[in-house]
Design a protein around this ligand. Structure first.
Ligand code: DQQ
Length: 544
């Protein structure tokens, strides 16, 4: 069973492209129907997402000149009322214009100043000497809910790299700033110094003049990982509820018993999102993490697939924290140039802390359900999935679908033995043949974007093991959700504890030739206690 392969994608696109001689979205087999992507060209990191004057804003790293990473990156900008349907604004709020960003306006964040509800952008400029410096921009007209025009601060660059502490070429991606209980603004900037990955902390009284934190400017240092890109620092409630909290520390002293903080870094060398959960002592600028980033499979990760440079924001409207993440292409640069675009944003996710206080939970935001086509839904209840069997889920558009499935498992005693100290689950997972190998309980799961003859498919599967401390499952889950959208598959397992994002480029399983199956390669029967699947409607994207 060949998983959908990326390397053969080019033949398909080339044939389409040349044949039709015009690549319009409809014929573009891999262009998504409900994921955020610009009309054309290259997109990477989500920048400064926010909710302002009842409008959701998403800025993103964008190359206006082509479908590959550009020499003069700008900030793209789109707005929405529901985080699903978008208005792509024609202007670029930030584009290279001065010595301090002439080689590119790189990633950064927005901060809304509570006192006057005015948003500011802090972003990294790639300057004339190819050093990375931090700059400030503010809206020309804060009354415009679409914030179409931005002005760069005359004092830019407002922060330059502290020599000896960090490399001037690796000092970027300022976080959303927050005000401490001492009334001082704080911001973290990602950096590297040799093998040391660093989160550098700055203070400011007026949001313009910044200096290294006198308490603890090396906010967090990780040896052996190299560059810490796109840091994100935010509070979460420890009561397990899905509510979000914002970065307001007027009373932080006594809230460490109800909140924890998350420091997320984009691990450049591994292109993965690793995070720490811990206690933040604001007036000492100390972050005491309860886990470590070691670069091994034991690390806490936001996603085990293609998901990078993520950024969260506090959604005042719904009192939740929403997470965006860039999902890059896995086909070739040639393919991207031919299809005329590259890069997606994952479905925005609500993020909260598990009630055990140890790890984050993520789930697609509820607005995604507004795109479910209720006239095109399938339900399967209490179906015994016999060992070695496959069941087609028909009656939906399998190339763009939303699926929720609950599996019930037989008695577990017969499960195979696995000592996770001896075996790295990540390696087991990455074995392409694993899904078809017959274990005792599993592999079982879903075959998405599958061709009729199953020669092409992407398996999302689970296996149950007996381990030294009880039972564990390889992405074992009782509740899973997968979002399928033509060339992206996002899986959310165990109610949101495990997320895996895939990019696939099916050659056969496209449009109406795409199918969805449930399978059980295990020796024991499992039960589909509940499966609901919906065809998904297209989201609306307009240019303005
Ligand atoms: N992408 C940006 C950088 C950031 C990197 C440039 C992460 O600011 O570090 O597009 O993908």
């Amino acid at each position: 069973m060949e998983p959908n392969s990326s390397e053969d994608a080019s033949s398909n696109i080339i044939s389409n492209g040349i044949k039709n001689n015009k690549m319009v979205h409809e014929t573009d087999l891999y262009r998504t129907s409900y994921h955020f992507q610009p009309q054309q060209n290259w997109m990477n990191d989500p920048n400064g997402p926010m909710y302002y004057k009842e409008v959701y804003h998403l800025f993103y790293q964008y190359n206006p000149d082509g479908a590959s990473f550009g020499k003069k990156m700008v900030w793209g900008h789109s707005v929405s009322y529901d985080l699903m349907n978008w208005i792509h604004l024609n202007h670029h709020p930030l584009q290279p214009s001065h010595h301090y960003d002439i080689h590119g306006c790189f990633s950064g964040s927005t901060t809304i100043i509570p006192s006057n509800n005015q948003p500011f952008i802090l972003y990294t400029g790639f300057d004339e000497t190819k050093h990375q410096v931090q700059n400030l921009a503010m809206p020309k007209n804060p009354q415009d809910p679409f914030l179409r025009e931005w002005i760069k601060h005359p004092q830019n660059p407002i922060i330059t790299a502290p020599i000896g502490l960090v490399e001037q070429e690796n000092f970027r991606d300022p976080t959303t700033a927050w005000k401490g209980s001492d009334g001082k603004w704080r911001v973290i900037i990602g950096a590297r110094n040799g093998d040391l990955g660093k989160a550098i902390l700055y203070h400011s009284d007026d949001f313009v003049n910044w200096k290294l934190s006198p308490n603890n400017h090396q906010f967090y240092v990780i040896d052996g990982i190299g560059m810490c890109e796109c840091p994100d620092f935010f509070p979460v409630l420890i009561d397990g509820t899905k509510h979000g909290v914002d970065l307001d520390y007027s009373s932080v002293q006594d809230s460490n018993d109800v909140i924890r903080h998350v420091l997320k870094i984009s691990y450049q060398n591994k292109q993965q999102e690793h995070y720490l959960v811990g206690k933040y002592v604001c007036d000492e600028d100390k972050f005491v993490a309860e886990n470590k980033i070691t670069g091994t499979s034991l690390d806490l990760k936001l996603d085990h697939g293609e998901f990078y440079a993520s950024k969260s924001f506090f959604d005042y409207a719904k009192k939740r924290r929403v997470l965006w993440g860039w999902v890059k292409e896995l086909d070739t640069e040639q393919d991207d140039i031919l299809k005329g675009w590259a890069g997606l944003q994952g479905i925005p996710r609500q993020v909260w802390l598990h009630e055990n206080g140890k790890w984050l939970m993520q789930w697609p935001i509820e607005e995604l359900e507004t795109l479910r086509d209720s006239d095109n839904q399938v339900s399967i209840l209490g179906h015994k999935l016999v060992a070695g069997s496959t069941l087609q889920v028909s009656g939906i558009t399998a190339s763009q679908a939303d699926v929720e499935v609950v599996f019930e498992l037989p008695e577990l005693e017969s499960a195979e033995w696995l000592d996770s100290k001896e075996v790295d689950p990540q390696i087991v997972c990455s074995d392409k043949e694993y899904a078809s190998r017959s274990g005792i309980i599993g592999p079982f799961g879903l075959l998405a974007l599958a061709s009729k003859d199953l020669t092409e498919q992407t398996a999302i599967f689970f296996t149950i093991f007996r381990t030294p401390n009880g039972f564990s499952c390889l992405m074992c889950t009782d509740l899973t959700r997968i979002n399928i959208d033509r060339s992206i598959i996002e899986s959310f397992g165990e109610k949101g504890r495990v997320c895996i994002t895939n990019r696939v480029y099916p050659l056969l399983a496209t449009e109406k030739d795409a199918h969805l199956y449930v399978f059980n390669s295990g020796k024991q029967n499992v039960c589909i206690s509940k499966l609901n699947a919906w065809s998904m409607k297209r989201a609306k994207f307009v240019q303005q």
